[in-house]
Design a protein around this ligand. Structure first.
Ligand code: MN
Length: 201
């Protein structure tokens, strides 16, 4: 029940007779997936990267419009968006034009995360997640930090910040290659959606 209510915004935004995105359903892999992170490259109206952390049986999600920071101290806006079902970590495909988030989605990176010095749910609630990522592409420290709401804003902005040492930027070739299937955005767009087993790893 609790899980369903967390995903009601996700369900309300989508027409599952039209999109191949996963329907929110009870998930037995909750414990296994709890340390999973996934980043999806999403060529919607505006290209962005969706940064997701498995927590409490869902994927907490942020959309990063300007790409990921690699240089120490570099900070990017991360728009906090609705929780996604865990199954979404496997989703690679194209959401039809005209539907919510219409465009191609690639599993850009995935792996495990750890919150340094805190418990994930507590850190999330407090608005400061100091992360260690062990992904196929991203390795090292980043932080997700909730900022202060300005008068003209509806909610607090979040930022993704490169902490620790600078990381080497990802090459253009790897940037356009799925960490799950090796496919490019163009290849994904031209094929039927497939489900890899990201959440089981
Ligand atoms: Mn997106």
């Amino acid at each position: 029940m609790e899980r369903r209510s967390k995903l009601s915004a996700y369900t309300a935004k989508r027409d599952f007779t039209r999109t191949q995105e996963p329907i929110a359903a009870p998930n037995r892999k909750r414990e296994i997936a709890e340390h999973l992170f996934v980043i999806q490259k999403h060529a919607a109206r505006r290209l962005h990267y969706d940064f997701r952390l498995a927590m409490e049986g869902v994927l907490r999600s942020w959309a990063v419009p300007k790409g990921l920071p690699f240089e120490q101290g570099e900070r990017r806006l991360a728009v906090h968006v609705e929780d996604h079902p865990l199954e979404y970590a496997n989703f690679e495909g194209t959401i039809p034009a005209g539907e919510y988030g219409g465009g191609t989605v690639m599993v850009w990176d995935f792996g495990t995360y750890r919150v340094i010095g805190d418990e994930p749910v507590r850190a999330y609630r407090s608005g400061k997640l100091h992360l260690e990522l062990k992904g196929k592409k991203l390795k090292g420290e980043w932080a997700l930090v909730r900022g202060r709401r300005r008068d003209d804003e509806k909610s607090e902005p979040w930022f993704l910040i490169k902490t620790g040492a600078s990381a080497r930027p990802i090459s253009a070739r790897r940037d356009n290659q799925s960490a799950a299937t090796g496919r490019t955005m163009k290849q994904i767009a031209g094929e039927k959606p497939i489900s890899s087993e990201t959440a089981n790893r």
